[in-house]
Design a protein around this ligand. Sequence first.
Ligand code: LIP
Length: 277
Amino acid sequence: MADPWQDAMDHAVALARKAGTLVRDAVQNDMKVMLKSTSVDLVTQTDQKVEKLIIESVTKKFPTHCFIGEESVAAGEACVLTDSPTWIIDPVDGTTNFVHGYPFVAVCIGFAVNKQLEFGVVYSCIEDKMYTGRKGKGAFCNGEALQVSDQRDITQSIVASEFGSTRDPEVMDKVFSTMRKVLCLPVHGLRGAGSAAINMCHVAAGSVEAYYETGIHCWDFAASAVIVSEAGGVLMDVEGGPMDLMSRRVVAANCQVIAERIVKEIDAFQPTRDDAA
Ligand code: LIP
C-alpha cells in the first residue's frame, strides 16, 4: 500500500533544506537577539522567519493540517496535540548555538497523526546533515541507514545532556546532582551538543549511547524521537514510564538496559507541561 504521508515527508525534507539555507546565511550576518522565558532563553528573527516560511508553505499544500510551532506558541498560540495531522516545528533548535556560531543548529519538523508520530526530519544545517525517520521504514542521515550503538554496559558509554535554559538554583541543583551521579557511574563521558534534536540524532547514529533532559519542549524532540526509535533506540520518561511528548522530559537511549540505568540516576522534577492550559 502506498505510504499516505510520503508526500508530506518529502515536503518536510525540502522545507528543512530551504530553511537550513536561511539559517546558514544568517549565521554569517549580524542578528537581533531577543529573550523569551529567561535571560538565557534566546530567540532571533531567523527563528520567526523560518517558522513562518514552513507554516505558510505547509498550509498551501495541506490546508487542513494543524501546527505546533515554537515561535507560534511563544506568540500565544495554544500547544495542543489533537488527532488531526499536526506538524510540530522547531525552526532553530540550538538557538544559543546559532547566536554564537557554535555549529550544532537544526531545523526540526515532526509530524503526528492521531497523536502518534509518523515521521521526523532534523536538518543539522551547519554540518549539512539531513536526518530523517519514517515510522516502520527506518532512519537515515544523508541517505545512509542509521543504527544505534550495540553497547549494553553504561560504564562503556557516552551520555549526552544539557544544562537547559533555566537558572533557577533549585533546578540547577537537580541538574548537577544528576550529572554528577551519571558521571560517577562512571561513564566514559558526558557530552552536550546544545541542541536536543542533534543529541538525539547522535544516539540514533550510535556515537552517543543515551541522552536525557528535562525542560525541553515537544518541538525540541518530536522529530528526533522518530529518528531514534527507527534507528533501533528506545524512548522513555525520566521516571521510566512511556515517553510523553507534552511532559518536557525525555530519555533516549540505544537500549532498554541503558535507558533504565540512566533513569535510576535522574533527580526528576516536573516543569509546567507544554499542554498546560
Ligand atoms: C534548546 C534545546 C536544548 C535545551 C535548551 C533549548 P531551542 O532548544 O534543544 O536541549 O537545553 O534549553 O530548549 O530553544 O534552541 O529551540
